[in-house]
Structures are given as C-alpha cells and as structure tokens.
Unconditional design. Structure first.
Length: 340
C-alpha cells in the first residue's frame, strides 16, 4: 500500500487519540492549578477518557487503523526513548550489596505477585502486568511490559487503573510508618524507594521526613527502575519461546527479542556511557511521555468497560496483597543489610 494511502487510513484515528491526549494533559494541568499536585497522571486520565469516549459512542471502523497504530507503534517508540532516561551511573554510590538486595526484592516480588494473581484467577498476562507494575515502577513498567507479553487493551487498562489508585494511597499512608513505628530516616527512605511506584511519588512520600530520606529513597528507586531493562528482556525471550512452542515452529526467522527492547537497552547503554548529550535527555523524555499518553488514549479507545469492571475486584485484591508483600520483603532486606 502506498505511503500516502496508509497515512490517510491512519489519520482519523490518530487525530482522535491525540485529541483525547490533549484533554488528558489539560486535566492534569487543572489538577496542578486547583489541587497543587498531580493526583491522577495524564497517562491514567488518557485511558479513562478513552474508555469514556468509546463507551458513550461506538467508534466508526475508519478510526480503527489510527487507534491501532497509536496503541502499538507509538507506544513502542516511546519505550525506546524511555531508555535514554535511565543511566547506570545513577547507582554508583549504592553499593554492591544494596544493588543485589534490590534486585532480589524485585525478583521475589514479581514471582509472589504473579502467584497471587493466578491464585485469584487473573489471566497470566494481567497477573504479569500487575507484578511488574508493583515490583518495579508502576505505570512505566506496565506500559513497557505490555507489548512485550502482547497484553490486550482491557488487561493494560485494568492494571494501570488499579495500580494508580494504590500508588496514590501508598504516598499518603507510608509516612505513618515513620512517624508511628519508630523507623530511622535511612530505613524509611529505603522502604519508600523499594515500595512506592514512581520517582515523583517517592519524593512526595519522603519529603515530610527530610532531605536524607528523599536522597535515600530516590537512590534506591533509581536502582529499582534499572531492573526494568533486564525484566523486559527476559520476558521478551520467554514470550517468544512460549509462542514458538505453542505454534510448533522453530522461530529462527524471527527476532528473539522485540526491536523496541533492543532499542530501549541500546539507548540505556548509550546514556550510561555518556554518548547521549545531557541536553538531549529532557527532550527525549518529553517525547516519550507525550507518545505514551497518546498510546494510552488509544488503548482506552479500545477497551470494553465491562471487561475492566469484571476484573476489578480481583485486580484490587491482587494489587493490594502484592503491595503488602513487597513491603514485607523490603523490610526484610532492610533488616538483612542492617540499615540503621
């Protein structure tokens, strides 16, 4: 199909997803102006708005190519650019034992959460999304893992919606552990870095305790974020192997790891070795963020609200139990490393 013809097919749906994304950004800006903070991120707002649009008025078939393009291609490009925001140099001061401990916590948390999800009857892909979101970095991990395991839009929307709610709850509740349970500042900062989903949320959770808690929590959180690369790499291999086995083909003619994972790891390596100028990092992060919000709007426009509502109770229970499990494992690491 000629490029111009393909562009014409994509344009209507792409325009709609961009419009939903713009409204989501406007909603986030209104939160900042009226409430003084981002309580619901534009990423989650985009999904919610997309679902609302799709529910209120069924979309025309002509919208589908552009929506599918936004949900797949734009999301994969966003994941590649996300690699430029992660640098191994951020963990120089963490120490080998702490880095190893954080890696162990992430692996144990993913395994435990996946098991909890499956015991509660969640589909394997949805259980994987919740496990990676809770264990690594919330929305960013869910968005990065989803195309690797080929999760559908309903599963992504459910995982994002309910982990977002828990992430906000954790920011409000976690400081009580410091003020009422006698934790030291380094212990609290480490616990916050190990359990809170996003870096801005870590800052919000540790700021009431002081600068040392903020610095400790941010450092631990950055090490935790670095686990995203190895995790999506391994999931890419496992997914490809499972698909190959299920289809009874060798799969030698296909890439074992999706192209965007290679791109993500490549940009992460380039950033770590100083091959990406600092001046380019912020623009690349911005483009990645914008493309991600557009992609989430597209996913919302593809969601059957009944499917999300049907999975709601089990997802909430799985995500809550996962967060509690992560807290227990994280406190175990603090004790094992004798952080005072």
């Amino acid at each position: 199909m000629p490029l111009a013809q393909r562009a014409n097919k994509i344009l209507p749906g792409l325009a709609l997803t961009c419009a939903v994304a713009v409204v989501a950004y406007a909603g986030e800006h209104a939160e900042l102006s009226l409430l003084g903070g981002r309580w619901i991120e534009s990423l989650v707002l985009a999904i919610a708005l997309g679902i609302a649009v799709c529910t209120i008025k069924p979309l025309k078939p002509t919208m589908r190519p552009g929506i599918d393009f936004s949900a797949k291609i734009l999301l994969e490009i966003a994941i590649v650019l996300l690699g430029a925001s992660i640098s191994l140099s951020a963990v120089r001061g963490a120490g080998v034992w702490l880095i190893a401990g954080i890696a162990i916590v992430v692996v144990l948390s993913i395994a435990a959460t996946y098991l909890i999800g499956r015991l509660l009857g969640l589909p394997p892909k949805l259980a994987t999304l919740i496990a990676c979101g809770n264990s690594i970095c919330g929305n960013s991990a869910i968005v990065a893992v989803a195309p690797v395991i080929e999760a559908d839009s309903q599963e992504i929307a459910a995982a994002l919606a309910f982990t977002a709610v828990l992430g906000i709850a954790a920011v409000f509740l976690l400081p009580f552990l410091y003020f009422y349970f006698g934790m030291s500042v380094p212990q609290y900062g480490t616990l916050a870095g190990l359990t809170v989903y996003a870096v801005p949320q870590v800052l919000a959770a540790t700021a009431p305790v002081g600068l040392l808690a903020v610095q400790t929590g941010t450092l631990v959180k950055l090490v935790r974020v670095l686990m995203l690369g190895p995790v999506i790499f391994m999931l890419g291999i496992l997914t490809k192997v499972e698909t190959t086995d299920a289809n009874g083909r060798s799969g030698h003619h296909h890439s074992l790891v999706p192209w965007f994972i290679c791109g993500f790891l490549g940009l992460m390596a380039m950033r770590s070795f100083g091959l990406i100028p600092d001046a380019l990092v912020a623009p690349m992060q911005l483009v990645s963020s914008i493309l991600t919000v557009i992609a989430m709007a597209a996913l919302g426009l593809s969601v059957n609200i009944r499917s999300v509502a049907h999975a709601g109770g089990r997802v909430i229970v799985a995500a809550t139990l996962s967060l509690l499990m992560l807290g227990v494992i994280s406190y175990g690491l603090i004790v094992a490393l004798q952080i005072q």
